[in-house]
Design a protein around this ligand. Structure first.
Ligand code: FPP
Length: 268
């Protein structure tokens, strides 16, 4: 028992050192968004059913949320259920919704103790009433928390988001509250479901697929992308640190180039 205690303390110290190293060596992304993928394949590789992969995925959600808060990330957005996921078999959808309710019931207090605010983006009207109630309760309870925002994308897709923003802008133009000249890029960003958050600095995708899958399409314009072959249930804090380390090695130019005196003088 004693040895176990010591090794836990040691791994905690080791973890704090890794966090400190990242904090010292570069910028910590303000907003990380994650496409959590590979739960089904993780389960299949173990000869198990898909829901077991989703259940193991909840442990990764907990670990990544805690590590992000500890390291100083201010917004973490998790793609938990896409608009397209409604096309999955009914049994898997209802198991996922039950898992969401159970997770909210067991984790909300911890989120609150860790000063983390829960928020959501997506078409929540489509979720079962118990899910909506648990989400409302958790959002209300944690609404004053400041350390980090955990945003769950539920029944979300980037095209849905752009569509609802356009509808809302069109309605304002119709009412005379906005003129066509007011439809700027800033105005569009303000009408998206993510309006209260900065655009993601880093988008992580697990399980090796090289696509955005309809996630944060407008907001991803200048996000750095990090794809790992690791399946989501195996993506724990050490994998997150690798993603942040990779982010810190990148030069973010936002389409520009560093201006040197030679370049200022040159004509091309
Ligand atoms: C993708 O893996 C994962 C999902 C569609 C669901 C993600 C849900 C969780 C991690 C659990 C619940 C979440 C919260 C926030 C409590 P996949 O099923 O597409 O895997 P595959 O591509 O290997 O089939």
């Amino acid at each position: 028992m004693k040895e176990e205690g010591i090794s836990t303390d040691n791994s905690r110290t080791e973890d704090q050192q890794k966090q400190l190293q990242l904090q010292k060596s570069g910028k910590i992304p303000r907003h990380i968004a994650v496409i959590m993928d590979g739960n089904g394949r993780w389960a299949r590789n173990r000869g198990s059913v898909r829901i077991m992969g989703h259940k193991a995925g909840v442990d990764s959600v907990r670990d990544i949320t805690e590590a992000c808060a500890e390291i100083g990330v201010k917004h973490l957005t998790l793609y938990a259920f896409s608009t397209e996921n409604w096309g999955r078999p009914k049994g898997e959808i209802s198991a996922l919704m039950k898992l969401l309710v159970q997770s909210l019931r067991s984790e909300t207090r911890k989120l609150d103790e860790n000063d983390i605010r829960l928020s959501t983006i997506g078409e929540l009207d489509r979720l079962p009433p118990t899910c909506r109630q648990e989400l409302e309760y958790a959002k209300e309870l944690t609404s004053g928390n400041q350390r980090m925002e955990l945003c769950l994308a539920l029944s979300y897709s980037g095209r849905w988001d752009l569509n609802q923003a356009m509808n809302s802008i069109a309605q304002k133009v119709k009412n005379g509250d906005l003129g066509p000249e007011d439809i700027t890029q800033d105005a569009i960003s303000r009408h998206l479901a993510t309006s209260r958050m900065p655009d993601p600095d880093l988008i992580v995708r697990t399980s090796g697929e090289l696509r955005l899958s309809n996630f944060l399409l407008w907001q991803a314009a200048y996000s750095e992308l990090y794809v790992t072959d690791t399946f989501w249930p195996d993506f724990r804090r050490d994998e997150l640190y690798k993603a942040i380390d990779s982010f810190q090695q990148r030069e973010r130019r936002f389409g520009k180039i560093p201006v040197t005196p030679e370049l200022e003088e040159s004509t091309i």
